[in-house]
Every structure is written in C-alpha cells, then in structure tokens.
Write a protein that binds this ligand. Structure first.
Ligand SMILES: *[C@@H]1O[C@H](CO)[C@@H](O)[C@H](O)[C@H]1NC(C)=O
Ligand SMILES: *[C@@H]1O[C@H](CO)[C@@H](O)[C@H](O)[C@H]1NC(C)=O
Ligand SMILES: *[C@@H]1O[C@H](CO)[C@@H](O)[C@H](O)[C@H]1NC(C)=O
Ligand SMILES: *[C@@H]1O[C@H](CO)[C@@H](O)[C@H](O)[C@H]1NC(C)=O
Ligand SMILES: *[C@@H]1O[C@H](CO)[C@@H](O)[C@H](O)[C@H]1NC(C)=O
Length: 453
C-alpha cells in the first residue's frame, strides 16, 4: 500500500514538474508556415529537437528530432505532416531505417510523434508496444525515422496517402543537415507490420512518386494488401472495431472526403454515425472495444447492408488501393513479406496473392509463412528475420527473384509452441479493456493527488 502511494506520489510530482506536452491539435509545430504549398514534396518546413521516451516515461538515450515536412493528399494538393527521428550515438551515417508504426487510429492525438515524446500519456498503446521493436533498430546502430504517415488529419487506412507520406519523410530526413549524413542519398530500408505494412504501399508508389530515392528494401508483415478482403474478413469478428476507424480515416479531407461524404451522409444510420464519430476521437485500443464483434455491413450501420461493397464509389476507392494489381506499381527494391497462415486480423490469402502478383510482374519478393500462431505472435516472431533482411538489404546481398518458405509448421518446434499461445495473447488484448479502465483509475488518482499538492 505504502509502495503504491510512493509510486503515485512520484508520478504526480513528475507530472506536475514536467512541462505539459500538448496534443498535436494544440501544438503550433504541426501547422505549416504560409506558402508551404509551393515547396517540393519532402521539403523540411520546420524542425525541433525532442526528448523521446519509452511509454512516455523512460528517456531514450538518443538524439531526437522532429521534422514537419510537405507531402501530398490523395487529391494531389499539398499537406504537411511530421516524422520523429531517433539518432543513436555512433550511428551509421550513410543509411537509415524508415519504421512505419501501426497506429491504426483516426485521431491526431494517436500520432506517433506525440506518443514518442517524454511526458505523453500513451494515447496509442500499439505505438507504445511497437516502440520496443523500433528499439531493436536503434540498438543495431541505425538512425530510425518514424513518420506520421496518416498525414495532418490522421487518415487511417488509405494506402496511397500513407505511401506518399512515407516517401516524403524519406526525402525530408535525407536532406536534414543536423543528422550529419555523409551522403546526399542515404540508403533506406522501410519496415512495417499490419497497419504499418503501409511500407508496402510505399513500395507500390516509389517508382512513380519518388524514383530518385536510394531505397534498398521493404519489409512488410501482416500486410493488408486488399482493403475489401480485410473488411470482409474482420466484419462481425473480435477485431471489427478497426472498421469504423478505417471508415473515419477514408472520410478525412486528405483522403477521400470529397468523393465519400455525399454517399456517407445518405446511407449512414445514427448508430453507424455514432461509431464513426467515436473513432474520430479515440485511439485503436478504445476503437477495438467500442465495436467488437459488430458489423458495418449490416443495415443497422448503413442502409446498403452488404451492398456497400458493390457501390461504385466505395469499390472504386478500394480498388485504387489494392496492392499488386496495378502493373505500374511494382516495387523496384527487394521485398520481404511475412504472414501467419492463421492470421485472425489480416487475411493471409490476400498477402499470398500479392506475393504471386508481384513475382509475376518481375519483382524480387521473399515470402515467409508462419505456420503457427496468429497476427500478434508473428509480429514478435518476425523481428529477427526482418532485422536479417534489413541488414542484407543494406549490404545489397538479398537474392534476386522470388522464394517462399514456411517456418514453425511443427508444433514440436519450441518456438511454434510459443506461437500456439496466440489465443492467450488475444485474451490478453481482450483483457486490455479492463486494463484500460484500471489505467484511467490510476490517472484519476494521480489527478486527485496533484490537485491536493
Ligand atoms: C492525454 O493527453 C492528451 C494531450 O494532452 C489529451 O488530449 C488527452 O485527453 C489525454 N488523455 C488522457 C486519458 O489523459
Ligand atoms: C480483394 O478482396 C475481394 C473481397 O474478398 C476479392 O473479391 C478480390 O478478389 C480480392 N483481390 C485481390 C487482388 O486480392
Ligand atoms: C483536396 O485535399 C485537401 C487537403 O486535404 C482538402 O483540404 C481539399 O478539401 C480536397 N479537395 C477536394 C476537392 O477533394
Ligand atoms: C482476399 O481475402 C478475402 C477474405 O479472406 C477472401 O475472401 C478473398 O478470397 C481473398 N482474395 C484473394 C484474391 O486473395
Ligand atoms: C504446414 O502445415 C499445413 C497444415 O497442417 C500443411 O497443409 C502444409 O502442407 C505444411 N507445409 C509445409 C511446408 O510443411
């Protein structure tokens, strides 16, 4: 009891002494200066040093920077977003890793650039969790850039918007003098899992949008190659809460607001609207619980029911963003794809279709199927092979052509056994609901203490 009190008191003192970190919507750093639209995509508009921290609490011993840079909305107009750069001491100065974290949310308070800073309150738990994976690249001696690739209005799920956001962050970081790169074209490998496998969207757009970049490889796990496939797969299941958030994302001005809003206003029910509005103001962990095991293809949500997918506006937008079917969007650098055969969040079949399509188009793709485990365990079990790929891609030693292999197919393999613990991990996620409430209780206690000090 005493210990808990000490902890709360220390926390309260910490909170009251730290200068309060403000949300991106309140932080003038995020607003681009007048005239920015005439700058080239990838231009650094503003920069600052930041103290990055794990879970908002434990300072990270790196030099931290944030860059506001110019990028492009889906309709081609200029927008600006932020990337956070982690520079470890003694880092290699001719290369960096672009780490796309899966923030999976449509509110700017979930932005990675907010969640990486000392004093943040962990609004997005996925960013907090994945910062431990980001750390493995820092420990390997790489400078790491982690962009807010969903853009200024946090548009979760439109792939092309995110792809341009990543490519322009690479331009911005490459030109940022304070990092001390020894070359004007540092080598880059882009990595991401699940929502962060937007790295693959980046791969799709590089040859047309940013052919000058020195990108050496793309590593992409749990890849949502096909939004329609993902929607059908998730609808009505445990993780259906990602769907209203994805819809909120598609409806943002920088995504497809102009095309989608008239249809949306015509078909959405008051119930559906309340769910989308909730997702507009919350991060992934709340969104999941606010719409678990519910359907956006039901007439309770929108009046077209299952017909939603056949509406030409919707199917047109989704089709534009399917990876692997547009032959001018074939990756030019080697790709590492990996996916759990029993992935319960992002359909395996669509990722294996992507592998086949890209190989038919002449790309270099190495595809690893994790025979055991699901979406969450594969993110962790995929870390060593992703790191291996990143090192090989920088060294230029990735074999040309395509190959596929299955790992952890036997339950006798101890790692495979660990992966079969996925159901446990899923119930942990379910338990986060309660943890979230606990968390709020602790925060309330802290606030009570603070006001009493
Ligand atoms: C976390 O901080 C942000 C930014 O200051 C604020 O908008 C949000 O309400 C806070 N959330 C909680 C649960 O304290
Ligand atoms: C995308 O998913 C839809 C719905 O499941 C499916 O009909 C279509 O064939 C898929 N296309 C690709 C390329 O995966
Ligand atoms: C184009 O994108 C910009 C930037 O997000 C947005 O403000 C504007 O409303 C969009 N215009 C149309 C016609 O879509
Ligand atoms: C894409 O995934 C969906 C959902 O699992 C599945 O119904 C569809 O057949 C898949 N299509 C292709 C071409 O991969
Ligand atoms: C892995 O196991 C699955 C299901 O038991 C089986 O269909 C598949 O052929 C196996 N693959 C390999 C490469 O052993």
């Amino acid at each position: 009891m005493m210990l808990l009190f000490d902890f709360l008191l220390a926390g309260a003192l910490f909170l009251s002494s730290a200068t309060a970190l403000v949300a991106p919507s309140q932080d003038p750093f995020y607003t681009p200066p007048a005239g920015f639209a005439s700058k080239a995509p990838g231009t650094v508009l503003r920069s600052r040093t930041v103290q990055t921290a794990f879970l908002g609490l434990v300072p990270n011993p790196v030099q931290g920077y944030q860059l506001l840079y110019r990028t492009t909305a889906t309709n081609g107009s200029a927008i600006a977003t932020v990337t956070t750069v982690f520079k470890p001491f003694g880092a290699a100065l001719d290369k960096f890793v672009s780490f796309q974290t899966a923030y999976d949310s449509s509110d700017t308070v979930c932005d990675p650039s907010y969640n990486y800073q000392l004093g943040n309150n962990n609004t997005d738990l996925i960013v907090a969790f994945e910062s431990l994976i980001l750390e493995s690249y820092i420990l390997e001696g790489y400078i790491v850039s982690a962009p807010d690739y969903e853009g200024p209005d946090a548009a979760f799920s439109p792939g092309h918007l995110s792809g341009m956001g990543v490519l322009d962050s690479i331009r911005a970081v490459s030109s940022f003098a304070s990092l001390g790169f020894t070359t004007s074209k540092p080598a880059v490998v882009a990595v991401g899992y699940s929502g962060g496998a937007i790295a693959t969207g980046t791969a799709s757009l590089q040859s047309t949008y940013a052919p000058e970049l020195n990108i050496k490889g793309f590593a992409s796990g749990g890849t949502p190659a096909n939004l329609t496939g993902t929607l059908v797969f998730l609808d009505g299941e445990l993780f259906s809460g990602f769907l209203p958030a994805a819809l909120a994302g598609q409806l943002k001005p920088s995504a497809y607001q102009a095309e989608l809003e008239p249809l949306y206003n015509k078909i959405i029910t008051p119930f559906g609207r309340s769910k989308v509005e909730y997702a507009d103001e919350n991060c992934a962990q709340n969104d999941i619980f606010n719409f678990a095991e519910q359907s956006i293809l039901s007439t309770k949500f929108q009046t077209l029911g299952e017909g939603l997918l056949y509406d030409p506006t919707i199917s047109g937008i989704f089709e534009q963003n399917i990876m692997g079917i547009h032959t001018n969007q074939t990756p030019v650098a080697p790709v590492y794809l990996y996916h759990a055969r029993n992935d319960e969040i992002i359909p395996y079949l669509n990722a294996s279709t992507l592998y086949n399509n890209w190989c038919d188009q002449g790309a270099t793709v190495h595809f690893t199927t994790f025979g055991n485990g699901g979406h969450l365990t594969t993110e962790l079990l995929g870390v060593p092979s992703t790191l291996q790929f990143v090192n090989a891609a920088f060294a230029g030693t990735v074999a040309k052509g395509c190959s596929q292999q299955t790992v952890l197919n036997s339950t006798l393999n101890p790692l495979a056994l660990a992966a079969s613990l996925e159901p446990l991990a899923v119930s942990l996620i379910e338990g986060l609901n309660i943890a979230g409430l606990e968390d709020i209780n602790i925060k309330n206690d802290l606030n009570l203490l603070k006001s009493g000090l």
